[in-house]
Design a binder for this molecule. Structure first.
Ligand code: SF4
Length: 751
């Protein structure tokens, strides 16, 4: 069965006409990203050549996907929007709340019990409002979307930062906060700054140990964690055709690690093969009819410098496997240099656990290539030195890999097969460890490796690599092992080398049909219950509107130092259970951020007590006294996840302003949507002027206007004052969100 085939048919039947209109107005050759964006304008009548990186544009995406941790807040907001049904096909996926501990069967049973209230709520709201519901254990959102919903040329938003995974099937798929998803689900315009375009030209062919993952690991090193901000990464060139659709998805998935709005590949035979293998021949036929417009125009391919804002060249034939980390996914090192880096920096050399899977790397091809390496360990009689954990991406992948003997093979080498869920990738890992204080290394095929992300332990050095490299290092148990040149000892003391991995792009005998993990919606008769005494779920009260005054004499809550990701602002792991309860989850606010004045986490000066205390506790005390506060931060504040809790928590605790050197895209939008003031230093050196006991005012809000700077006055403890200009990226509409108290309040005013 092809889900939402009527929507897909109507999309393709309109695509040709819309493209003709776009060409008639723009009168120039087009990249693929432009074709998809311009055919998804909310209002075709306002079509013009939008300025990339400047103009805000309203779009009409085709669908929405939500994972369980973010869906709670998204749906709580949707319930306040007063609609009877979602306006576009939408789905909820129960993948983040399953803790990896003993193995799939037991962990799902535990999760079903522990999260019963949340799962019931998500199921009932989905059913009531016409949203498809994927049960716990059915799979990870992005893998399930790729297998069932993504289609070339389409556009979707998802409440998860790795939504761009669907770019592997030629879809513009963008990670957003729940409030954005609500816009799309209520049929309103969805706004995005017209992204810049980074063209990545791929030549040559992947070979040997090199995998699709290495394309993005290398690119992360080139672009760094913010180099893709407000840009779409569009891959083109002959090398694209040598990469499977699932390999393309891996590359697009991790575009989130460089801050890209999304990533995208042109439609080709590899995508068609994947669509057929997943039962979507009908979609192939529809896409083939418009295939010329599911790739960039020939003129763009011939002279890419003219059409993209930046061009990066990668020769796949020359590409080496990469290992990135620790603590940031852009610390890219080719494997030939990795051992030296480990020794030079004193990283713990022993590989303690290998982890394969996640939404990034659990395709049939990934699993079969990793299995080919595992099989060699058995055949060559080499001991497996480290524990292995496998998280399949979906029930379909698991069932097929099991039928084809790969799951048994992993178990033979001692692997624990976890649920088809996020598990350790989002801190849902009850790790067995003898000493959490010991520095230790793990290597994963996931996408992120921020401190504490996998197991909550700051002493864990996490590195990311392809599944086949993870497998090789797991066998060796040594971070300095390079399977391209090093040898392993057999039980008889013989030295052997691992052969290059091999694997099938798609299963020779087809995918086995997965057990039924999908629940279709029932309709308006479904009753939704939220216990007012629940600790997991809480109905939302709208945030108050702006009172019309400047923000005066706000105490500095925290001046953060260094990286401050959404994990630092609103931790995952054990806190995931409060994602539907704003008051309770606010207790974790900024607990991972480093206080610039004492170098400690979760310890800030409280001007009411003149003592140090937790960030949220301090903000709560200020709030109880009617005092607003301000947070000051460095570069790329809010990088990482799409979780809007990182914006809603400060809003809930009366933080009025985040003043940063720069923001990550999704988080900046989330702050604006929740009615916060997100401003940046005009001169980044002004960050150094902020002192611990300062009171800070933001003035000029009566004249808040697009492109017009605001002013900050810092009142130091010694009675001196400093003033400096700050800037913002609010447009008229976003300013109206600020005035109304949130985008949702503002939409309510419009309805
Ligand atoms: S990146 Fe990790 S946590 Fe996020 S959806 Fe993928 S598997 Fe889940």
């Amino acid at each position: 069965m092809v889900y939402d085939i009527d929507m897909i048919k109507s999309f393709y039947s309109a695509y040709k006409r819309k493209m003709e209109h776009v060409r008639a107005v723009l009168k120039r050759p087009l990249t693929l990203a432009e074709k998809i964006l311009y055919t998804h304008l909310f209002d075709e009548a306002v079509l013009k050549d939008y300025k990339r990186g400047e103009d805000y544009v309203n779009f009409r995406p085709d669908r929405v996907a939500m994972q369980d941790a973010t869906a709670q807040m998204a749906l709580l907001q949707f319930m306040n929007a007063g609609k009877e049904q979602v306006a576009v096909p939408s789905t909820v996926h129960c993948d983040h709340l399953i803790q990896a501990y003993k193995g799939a069967r037991e962990d799902i049973a535990t999760a079903t019990k522990t999260n019963e209230e949340v799962y019931d709520f998500l199921r009932d709201v989905s059913s009531r409002y016409g949203i498809g519901f994927w049960k716990p254990g059915a799979g990870i959102i992005h893998q399930v979307v790729l297998e069932n919903y993504a289609f070339p040329g389409g556009m979707m938003v998802g409440t998860d930062s790795h939504t761009p995974n669907a770019g592997g099937l030629g879809m513009v798929a963008i990670g957003v906060g729940g409030a954005d998803a609500v816009d799309v689900m209520t049929g309103m315009e969805w706004e995005l700054k017209m992204p810049k375009l980074i063209g990545v030209r791929l030549t040559g062919e992947l070979n040997g140990w090199t995998a699709p993952k290495d394309v993005i690991l290398k690119l992360a090193g080139i672009l760094t964690v913010k180099g893709g901000t407000n840009a779409i990464i569009e891959y083109f060139g002959p090398g694209t055709e040598s990469i499977s659709a699932t390999g393309k998805a891996t590359i697009c998935n991790m575009g989130a690690e460089v801050g890209a709005t999304t990533s995208l590949f042109p439609y080709d035979e590899r995508m068609a093969a994947y669509l057929r293998a997943t039962g979507r021949e009908e979609v192939v036929m529809l896409a083939e009819a418009v295939a010329a417009d599911l790739r960039p125009d020939d003129e763009v391919m011939a002279l890419p410098e003219k059409f993209y804002d930046r061009i990066i060249e990668i020769d796949l034939s020359e590409l080496e496997p990469y290992i990135n980390g620790p603590f940031t996914p852009d610390a890219a090192t080719p494997i030939s240099e990795f051992a030296e880096k480990v020794l030079l920096n004193g990283y713990p050399r022993k590989m303690e656990v290998g982890l394969i899977g996640s939404c990034t790397n659990s395709s049939y091809q990934d699993i079969s290539r990793a299995a080919s390496v595992a099989r060699q360990a058995l055949e060559k009689d080499v001991a497996i030195s480290s524990p292995l954990i496998v998280n399949p991406g979906s029930e379909q992948i698991y069932a097929t890999a099991e039928r084809d003997g790969m799951i048994t093979l992993f178990q033979q080498i001692g692997a624990t097969i976890m649920a088809n869920a996020c598990g350790p990738c989002i801190g849902q890992w009850k790790r067995h460890t003898d000493d959490p204080m010991r520095k230790n290394s793990i290597v994963t095929s996931f996408n992120r490796n921020f401190a504490k992300r996998a197991d909550g332990n700051p002493n864990t050095f996490a590195f990311v690599a392809s599944p086949e490299i993870v497998m090789a290092l797991t066998i060796a148990g040594d971070l300095c092992f390079n399977p391209l040149k090093d040898r392993l000892l057999t039980h008889d003391g013989e030295k052997v080398k691992l052969n290059e991995p091999v694997g099938d792009e798609l299963p020779v005998h087809g995918f086995t049909s997965a057990s039924d993990g999908y629940l279709a919606p029932a309709g308006s008769q479904v009753e939704i219950k939220v216990d007012p005494h629940s600790t997991r779920l809480q109905l939302l009260t709208p945030f108050p509107a702006w009172d019309g005054n400047d923000l005066l004499n706000m105490p500095l809550l925290i001046k953060t130092q260094g990286k401050c990701t959404t994990d630092h602002i609103s931790m995952a792991g054990p806190w995931l259970r409060f994602r539907g309860h704003l008051e309770n989850i606010s207790d974790n606010m900024l607990m991972g951020a480093v206080n610039a004045f004492n170098g400690e986490t979760n310890s800030v000066w409280n001007r009411l007590t003149n003592m140090y205390g937790p960030v949220s506790g301090t903000a709560k005390m200020y709030k109880s006294e009617g005092i607003s506060s301000i947070v000051v931060a460095e570069e790329n504040y809010g990088e990482g996840s799409s979780r809007e809790h990182a914006a809603m928590e400060p809003r809930f605790l009366n933080v009025k302003v985040i003043l940063a050197k720069s923001f990550a895209r999704i988080h900046e939008t989330n702050l604006k949507k929740q009615g916060m003031l997100a401003i940046t230093f005009k001169d980044k050196a002004d960050y150094n002027r902020i002192q611990e006991h300062d009171l800070i005012s933001v003035i000029g809000l009566q004249n808040f206007a697009p492109g017009r700077d605001l002013e900050v006055i810092v009142h130091h403890e010694d009675g001196t004052k400093e003033r400096f200009a700050v800037q913002h990226t609010y447009n008229e509409q976003q300013i109206s969100w600020f005035r109304a108290g949130s985008a949702l309040n503002n939409n309510g005013l419009k309805n």
